[in-house]
Structure formats: C-alpha cells, structure tokens
Design a protein around this ligand. Structure first.
Ligand SMILES: [Zn+2]
Length: 449
C-alpha cells in the first residue's frame, strides 16, 4: 500500500496511474503473475560458499532443492561489480557503474521493482542484516549517484511507502545534522512505528514499521545475542506475517548482508554462520510459499566475495584436503575472538576456548604470540584458522565469478539456465507485467524528489 504523503504525493499519484495500467495489461504471454514475490539476496555468496556451508553443517541446505541456474554479475564499468551496481541490476534491470544506487551510468534515476509494486498499491518490505541504507536495500528504494549518500538514501526510503523495514542503521540514530531533523524524526513523521528492541519486535502486528536493532550493521550471526537481535529467519517470518494481509500481494526483499562482510574479512567461520542463517531464512520463505501456492521465491547473490575456495597450497605444496571440523568448533568472528583473546590473562588458553585448537605447533605459537605482543591478533588468527581448515582466499574484495540462482513457485521455470543479473531484474519485472520504462519516465517527472 503506497502511503500517499507529501512531498511525494504527486509523484506517487502519477506512478499509481501508470502502474495500474501496467498491471491491467499483465505479462504479454504465459500464466498470471505470482501474487507475492520474495527476492532473497545473499551478499557475497559464491558457489564455493554453498559447498562449505553444507559440509560444515553436515546437512542439505534449503537452497539445494531449488537451484535452477547461474547469474553473471559484472557491472557497466568493471568485470568485478560492487554491491550497489549489482543490486541496481536486480532492482532496475539495468547495468550501471560501481557505487551507483538506482541510477543508470548517466546518473539518471531508473524505476525499481519495489517502486513498481508500490505503484500498484501492493505492500513492500525490506529485511537486511546490514544498515537499511546500505547498498543492496538502497538500490531497491532510492536513487543516488553514490552509495555513501546514506542520509539521502534514508530520506528517499522513508518516502516510498514501504510497509516493513528491518535491519541496522547509523543514519536512523544520528543526531540532527545541519539543523535538519534526523531520519528517526522523519520516520515518525512518515507514520512509522519505530522498534529498537527484541521484545517490541516480537509483539509487532501492524505496519508501517521500522525496526532498527543496531547503530551500525547487525551482528555477525556467530556473535549475535539472540535476546538482543532477531535472526534473519525470524525477521523474515515476521515480515511475512505482517505483509501477508495484503489482498493485492507483496514484494519482500531479504538480504543476508553480512555473508559479504565475513568474506571481505577472510573470516571462514563467520562466513559459514551467516550463510546458514540465510539458508534458514530461505527455509522460512519456502515454507510460506509452499503453503500459499501463489508466491515466487528467487534467491541469488550480488557477487562472490573473497575468492574463497576449499583446498589450498600449504607451504607451496598442493594439499588434497580441507577440514570443516575446524570451522564447526570456532565460537566467534575473527574480530570478536581477537579482542577476547587479547584481553585474556592467558592468550593460549583463551585461543583454545574460542577455537577448540589446543595443539599449536611451535611455528603457530610463535606467529600468534608475536601478533598478541604487537596488539593486533586478527590477521594472524585468520591466517592460522584458514591454514588449519585448508581454506584459501584470493582477495579482501569481490571477484567476477558467476553466482548461483535459485527459484521456487509460479514462474520459477523461467529462471532455469545461465542468466545475467540485469536480465534477471528485467525477467522479474516481465513476470509481473510491469512497464518499467513508463515507471522510470514517471520517476523523472517527479520534481520534488
Ligand atoms: Zn562487499
């Protein structure tokens, strides 16, 4: 339900008129569009990551059942994308330059899937473990030239009429800047109920709602305090409960955003824990879709992160092995463990408690002791664990490999095979019968934005 509020009123009215026409036409061919669409994005989740998570968890993943294809991820200006360009491809069906949010390479705004659903007065939601203004959710709900414009992103998000916004968010905690009211005040003005704690979240029954569980990103799953922050699966279930009441259907974007951050940090245990948390959220979405019968679930990644692989050379020798058991025993992210171990009286005992490893070689002990003495353990701890587990990484950034594509529900057969991310965005729009160029023209006509 697009909330009609100034100053976006005129814009939304134009939008709604165009959207209704687009919906009336429906897709050119094929069955009627799915009533609901759940688009799940595992940020930084490469093919090796799924193998790794399955081995560590020692079970099939919910994703395993619904694998349908692959997706290329390059952007308009690089074979290695960033999250902004990749999410814009999915949201708008176009290639853009790295860093750009919901705009084309000429920095002209392009309508997003979320705006298309809102134009038909259907409910929308965004659930993420990152800040709500972060690149992936932003590309569905804002139009700015560069992803770091979080204040502008937040302002635009609050004007979209989005019913459910769950995640983290510095901008929503920031004090008033330059005499302007902060985003929290703007959210209240826009009619949002703001929830910041677990108890209030659990009792939520109405929209629109903005739930902010952390001042920055939400915790890595491996470090998460379940009394303070809900899991991605719990947020997904709550979002579905809240959106399900819309007779016209809904569009929900769910991002497992910290899979990517663990990849950037070459942190294998945190990477796996966030993947499994994402997979639990996929299971919730599939359970809903199976019961509902008219919901399309699509899951993909925006790109791979870290160039992570299973099996690596050790001291120049190829080793035909990797050890998931090492990752099963780890109890924290590298950053958290490094801080805890450094703060302890006996670093080696603390290392044993956090990693389960008590049989250090003389070489390992020397390298770790040196790092403890230098006051910077994180890097050495990561090298130690990755070497023990046989995990290799090629970068602290992203890579250009294709990612996997998963789909379930009405229209899911259209996702079979090899796709491109922008083509995937266009396919999602086509299946709903959206006239995205018309919506983009209406967007350009909005003077108040
Ligand atoms: Zn990233």
């Amino acid at each position: 339900m697009a909330a009609l509020r100034t100053p976006a009123l005129a814009f939304l009215l134009v939008f709604a008129a165009l959207g209704d026409r687009a919906r009336a036409q429906g897709p050119a061919t094929g069955p009627p569009p799915a009533k609901n669409v759940i688009l799940m994005i595992a940020d930084g989740f490469g093919p090796a990551s799924r193998t790794m998570a399955r081995a560590v968890a020692e079970r099939e993943l919910a994703l395993d059942d619904i694998l349908v294809g692959t997706c290329s991820t390059y952007s308009a200006d690089s074979l290695v994308t960033d999250s902004a360009a990749a999410a814009t491809a999915l949201a708008c069906g176009i290639k853009t330059i790295n860093g750009a949010i919901g705009v084309d390479p000429a920095i002209q705004p392009v309508a997003t899937l979320l705006e298309a659903f809102e134009s038909q007065s259907r409910s929308t939601g965004i659930v993420t473990t990152t800040q709500i203004t972060h690149a992936t959710p932003a590309a569905f709900s804002a139009h700015v030239r560069i992803r770091t414009m979080t204040r502008a992103i937040g302002e635009q998000q609050l004007r979209q009429g989005i019913e459910v916004l769950f995640g983290g968010g510095t901008p929503f905690h920031a004090p008033s800047d330059g005499g302007r009211p902060n985003l929290r005040a703007l959210a209240i003005e826009a009619g949002y109920r703001i929830v910041t704690d677990r108890a209030a979240f659990d009792e939520l029954e109405e929209t629109p709602v903005l739930a902010i569980f952390s001042s920055e990103h939400m915790a890595f799953e491996i470090d998460r305090d379940p009394l303070a922050q809900p899991s991605l699966a719990e947020m997904t279930r709550k979002a579905l409960d809240l959106l399900d009441g819309d007779e016209a259907g809904f569009f929900l974007v769910v991002e497992g955003g910290r899979i990517d951050h663990a990849g950037h940090g070459n942190d294998p245990a945190a990477h796996v824990a966030d993947i499994l948390a994402y997979d639990d959220a996929v299971a919730v979405a599939l359970e809903f879709a199976r019961a509902d019968g008219n919901t399309l679930v699509v899951s993909t990644a925006d790109h791979e992160t870290g160039g992570m692989t299973l099996g690596r050379a050790i001291d120049g020798l190829a080793v035909y092995a990797w050890d998931p058991e090492i990752l099963r025993r780890v109890r924290g992210s590298l950053g958290r463990m490094a801080a805890e171990i450094m703060a302890s009286e006996d670093w080696e005992a603390a290392l044993g408690e956090w990693t389960g490893i008590t049989d250090l070689t003389a070489e390992e002990r020397a390298a770790l002791a040196l790092a403890v003495a230098a006051g910077d353990l994180r890097g050495a701890l990561g090298r130690f664990l990755n070497r023990r587990a046989g995990i290799g990484w090629t970068t602290g950034g992203h890579t250009g490999v294709d990612v996997e594509l998963f789909a379930f529900g009405p229209g899911s057969e259209r996702f079979r095979g090899t796709h491109d991310n922008a083509e995937l965005g266009r396919l999602l729009a086509e299946l709903q019968g959206f006239d995205m160029p018309a919506l983009t023209r209406a967007l350009g006509a909005d003077e108040g934005r």
